[in-house]
Design a binder for this molecule. Structure first.
Ligand SMILES: [Zn+2]
Ligand SMILES: [Zn+2]
Length: 590
């Protein structure tokens, strides 16, 4: 017998050698029908894998991200099978699931494929899917695996296998198709009821420009035709709401290749919108005890060597700016934190004066590959609604909760009601890639989790998602179209106070290290406004909108009175205009 623990804490005993599917069946037939993937002791396993040990078992359905991942990855196998059938001699490489669907990278050799071929491929995929072929994972020796792909002259798979350990290699079979794969499949192809290929693009093998260019085929699949239709409607709606399109129509911002890629230019209406967001947050921050500060756009290279940002961003970002002075080098500011640390260091603090909360709408610059740039969501210069809190260890939990309150206030005021919290911790297996001591990390992680719990937030923990200098709490916000965005980062940092030798005098007149919290409810104003535009389709909340009231005089003789009303509204901080065009009232109303 084996002891199986379920996510709700229940522990039950089962005969050794049962599969997740069989265990689910013993619980209820409904559950058995809906499980499409599973996890045993933190590892993906097939629903058909036999379990011989005690451990934790989680079932996933289509509703879970893990379930979708298995569903889409399995569909990638189906796609690969059909591509091999239609295009003789092509070489398959990798076919993972992505956040919306899957792709397969293929070396088509002498063949070429285009969007014109999508329909016949989709049709064939569904045809095979209907035959309900089981996905079967089997172990294979390294030699046999290499022989299989050498026979096909597939140098890509061969290279992948070369890097795997003998004894840890598996193949997945379904129907007459075999693929190198480490697993994570749905039980059988019959669950795939709707498939849509989305696009083809070029992609380099292993994302290296020196390698062969492959063809990446993107697709998505669903367990019901209706869900595919809904998804396609959603994409249509998203296109209409694209912030790049609406931003232009609403005259909010523009880009100029002369100014430079990824450097947004805010037009008057966009600048006004930004200013309103800024003053809204400034007001809330003032109430919460923050003080505004201002720091320059560049800083001495040494500042960022001290902070560790140069080591992290240096080579892959904008290069240092030299000056006529010998050896003097400056960097475009990639982060505001080092500047704020030096502000903190401008005087000797006593414990009685803490917490110190410095806030700044600070513009930072980071180099992004031109292919990665996207409207306002990926830019090379952006303004963070940044703040740094310096406090004692004892104040950490309270401060963290105050920041959570502020973030929730911001979301509420802007109509983001659907969100979850994600606690990002260290990768337990790979501790050396993080700066700071083990004990600091343990304390910081505890502080975040406790504050999140005390605020009653819905949260999940992600290992390995922390920044290099500290664990963090991110808010994952769902917009009106159900898309998820990461907003509102709060981060504990024990590392910068150490590097900048920050201190305060405690009760016993001894020098102590403060703890630092980084936080940004919007994240960056650029990205936040992009999300806000797409969430509201450009119909901003009344308090943010440029023109709150339009006065429409019915006739010439009402014009004077409407101007009086306009003045009254303006005196009361209400943004209004008079529409005195020589048009009918009906026309003016639009
Ligand atoms: Zn697979
Ligand atoms: Zn910071």
């Amino acid at each position: 017998m084996v002891k199986i623990k379920f996510p709700d804490g229940a522990i039950r005993s089962y005969e050794s050698g049962l599969t997740p599917y069989e265990i689910a069946s013993s619980i209820s037939s409904g559950l058995a029908r809906s499980i499409i993937s599973s996890d045993f002791n933190g590892q993906k396993i097939e629903t058909t894998t036999q379990i011989f040990d005690d451990g934790n078992l989680t079932f996933y359905t289509w509703r879970d991200n893990e379930g979708k991942e298995a569903f889409w990855h399995s569909t990638a196998h189906l796609l690969a099978q059909v591509l091999e059938e239609f295009y003789d001699g092509i070489k398959l490489t990798i076919g993972p699931a992505i956040s919306n669907g899957f792709y397969y990278d293929v070396d088509f050799g002498e063949h070429s494929m285009s969007e014109k071929d999508f329909l016949k491929i989709e049709k064939r995929m569904i045809e095979i899917a209907r035959e309900k072929h089981e996905f079967k994972l089997r172990s294979i020796s390294k030699k046999e695996a290499l022989d299989f792909y050498k026979k096909n002259r597939n140098q890509y798979k061969t290279e992948l296998i070369e890097n795997l350990k003998d004894g840890e290699i598996t193949f997945c079979d379904h129907d007459n198709f075999t693929d190198l794969c480490r697993g994570g499949h749905i039980p059988h192809t019959g669950l795939i009821k709707a498939v849509k290929l989305m696009s083809v693009a070029g992609a380099y093998w292993r994302a290296d420009q020196n390698n062969t260019q492959l063809t990446r085929v993107y697709g998505i699949s669903f367990p019901k035709q209706k869900e595919l239709t809904e998804y396609l409607n959603l994409l249509e709606e998203a296109k209409k709401r694209d912030h790049r399109k609406l931003g232009k129509e609403l005259e909010l911002f523009t880009f100029s290749s002369k100014v430079g890629q990824g450097l947004p230019l805010w037009l008057p209406k966009g600048a006004e919108l930004r200013e309103r967001l800024e003053s809204f947050l400034k007001k809330a921050q003032k109430k919460a005890g923050y003080k505004q500060v201002i720091s320059p756009h560049i800083g001495n290279k040494e500042l960022y060597t001290t902070s560790g940002h140069y080591q992290k961003y240096g080579e892959s970002s904008f290069q240092p700016i030299s000056t006529p002075a010998d050896g003097e080098e400056f960097l475009l500011k990639p982060m505001n934190c080092p500047h704020h640390c030096e502000m903190y260091n401008s005087k000797q603090w006593s414990y009685k004066e803490l917490p110190v909360r410095y806030a700044e709408f600070g513009t930072v610059y980071r180099y992004e590959q031109s292919g990665e740039l996207h409207g306002l969501t990926r830019v090379r210069g952006f303004t963070q609604d940044d703040a740094h809190i310096f406090c004692t260890e004892d104040q950490l939990n309270e401060e963290f909760k105050n920041v959570i309150d502020l973030v929730l206030y911001v979301f509420g005021s802007l109509g983001f009601e659907n969100f979850t919290a994600q606690v990002s911790l260290r990768d337990k297996e790979n501790k050396e890639k993080y700066i700071g001591t083990d004990s600091s990390w343990i304390e910081a992680e505890k502080a975040i989790i406790n504050a999140t719990k005390e605020k009653g937030l819905n949260y999940n923990i992600e290992y390995g998602e922390a920044a290099f200098y500290g664990p963090k709490l991110d808010f994952m916000v769902k917009d009106a179209l159900g898309r998820e965005w990461q907003l509102g980062t709060i981060q504990v940092d024990y590392n910068l106070p150490e590097r900048f030798d920050l201190n305060y005098v405690d009760k016993n007149n001894e020098l102590m290290r403060p703890v630092m919290i980084h936080r940004a409810p919007f994240g960056s104003l650029e990205r936040f406004i992009a999300i806000l535009i797409e969430h509201t389709a450009g119909n901003f909340p009344l308090w943010l909108t440029t023109n709150q009231v339009t006065l429409i005089p019915v006739g010439e003789k009402h014009k004077k009175y409407s101007e009086k009303v306009l003045e009254l509204l303006e005196n009361n901080e209400i943004r209004a205009t008079v529409d005195d065009r020589n048009e009918t009232v009906g026309k003016k109303n639009t």
